[in-house]
Design a protein around this ligand. Structure first.
Ligand SMILES: [Zn+2]
Length: 431
């Protein structure tokens, strides 16, 4: 079943009472990708357009609706509540709304709200999930929006449920029925964990738009690059035995020592071959992060496991890096009799780079009067770029407050953020 999709008329009466979406649209189960577009809707069925709640009220409701995503099952929650709230507002704002269930991620949904049609168009994208929270370290309730000293405190205010409220407020007075190119609001699942929401969009074979902005907190600075991330487990298996006679076993820890030496040599080579001055850390990194091996000083170590983190620069493919690593590590243990296994701890996130001359890059640089740069954190941008969009990352709030107790959004970022969004809609959807 498909959620009802409709086009609402623009309410030109500003004195009309604001109506809160107190009964958000229910998700049909399972929601499915309809492919239904705005122009397929029967105009006779159009209900009158309703007003969306005020910006603080939207912010309050988004923060009050938990949507933690985590690879740890005890923390992980569905994002259904946030999708329901957003879909109600988007319909009331005049968008056609599609809710897509994310394959193999039960209880997780993406939302595509679209208005207008055409080959170009602008996608404003964000993730609906938050990281888990450490309640003992918060001075406020993470699910209760609280205003103190011109800051909005709450889990997801900056990273980044708040972005959706800001977008809807920014476009409140636009007539979505008169767009020359489409405007799409994209809300994804599980960015903070598996990125299954954005990954699944690459399979829907639907062009969402030509230009995209992801509203991650960058302090309203435009970003067109970030590094990739891979996390790998390296396992060495030998034979345990009594320490008094080395011939009784084959020491996995000694094998790991060779592998670590090779990994550090590999890192040195990578860092001498790749450099990008736009990044604060200009070179790719390889971090040895966790190791466990053996059980007793008087036993030959039979098994050792190392976890490493790799952060490649744009232009370095994860696949090639893994092949290169496998070849080197395999060669290091050749003839040792030790067994080597390398397993990716997650699929990995490719590095991202949008062309410096892309129209969206040039436009946000002009609007913000700052050159597009690079950040150290990963986003869904590589997936949007792979879908044929030129993507920039720019949003209100600071990444310093993201993933921290007492996360907040500085309210002086609200108006500038809305101005940028309105300018982008004007340039990409109305001209
Ligand atoms: Zn985020």
């Amino acid at each position: 079943m498909v959620s009802p999709t409709f086009v609402a008329r623009f309410d030109s009466d500003p004195s009309a009472p604001a109506r809160c979406a107190s009964t958000p649209a229910r998700l049909t189960n399972p929601p499915s990708h309809s492919g239904m577009r705005l122009d397929e809707t029967d105009p006779v069925m159009q209900p009158p357009r309703m007003s969306i709640p005020s910006l603080p009220e939207m912010m309050r409701q988004l923060i009050a609706t938990p949507s933690v995503s985590s690879v740890s099952p005890q923390w992980d929650q569905s994002n259904q509540g946030v999708i329901e709230v957003l879909s109600g507002w988007c319909r009331d704002a005049g968008f056609a709304v599609e809710i897509l269930d994310v394959p193999d991620c039960p209880g997780k949904y993406n939302l595509i709200a679209s208005a207008g049609s055409g080959p170009e168009g602008l996608v404003l994208s964000g993730h609906t999930d938050t990281v888990p929270y450490d309640e003992g370290k918060w001075n406020t309730d993470p699910f209760r929006l609280k205003e103190v000293d011109q800051r909005w405190y709450g889990l997801g205010t900056a990273d980044m449920k708040g972005f959706f409220a800001i977008v809807l407020e920014a476009i409140r007075d636009f007539d979505l029925s008169s767009l020359n190119q489409p405007l799409v609001l994209l809300a994804t699942a599980d960015e903070e964990s598996s990125m299954c929401g954005a990954r699944s969009l690459m399979d829907i074979q639907q062009k969402l738009g030509r230009h995209a902005l992801i509203g991650e907190p960058t302090g309203l600075k435009p970003i067109r690059m970030h590094k990739g991330i891979a996390m790998e487990a390296i396992r060495v298996s030998g034979t345990s035995g009594h320490s008094s006679n080395p011939d009784l076993g084959n020491n996995a820890l000694e094998g790991m020592h060779r592998l670590m030496t090779e990994l550090l040599r590999w890192r040195e080579e990578l860092q001498s071959q790749h450099r990008n001055p736009l990044f604060e850390v200009e070179v790719p990194t390889v971090n040895l992060g966790h190791i466990h091996g053996g059980d007793n000083p008087n036993r030959i170590c039979g098994h050792c496991e190392l976890h490493i983190d790799i952060r490649p620069l744009p232009g370095m493919s994860l696949e090639h890096l893994r092949e290169d690593m496998d070849r080197r590590l395999g060669a290091s243990l050749a003839g040792s009799g030790l067994k080597l296994e390398r397993v990716s701890l997650f699929e990995g996130l490719p590095a991202m780079e949008t062309d410096r001359d892309a129209l969206i890059v040039k436009t946000v640089e002009q609007l913000t009067n700052s050159p597009a740069g690079a950040v150290a954190f990963g986003t869904e941008a590589p997936f949007l770029n792979a879908m044929g969009m030129d993507t920039v990352i720019l949003g209100p709030g600071s990444i310093d407050q993201a993933h921290q107790p007492d996360e907040y959004l500085a309210m002086d970022q609200l108006e500038p953020a809305m101005r940028i969004i309105r300018d982008l809609v004007n340039r990409f959807c109305l001209t």
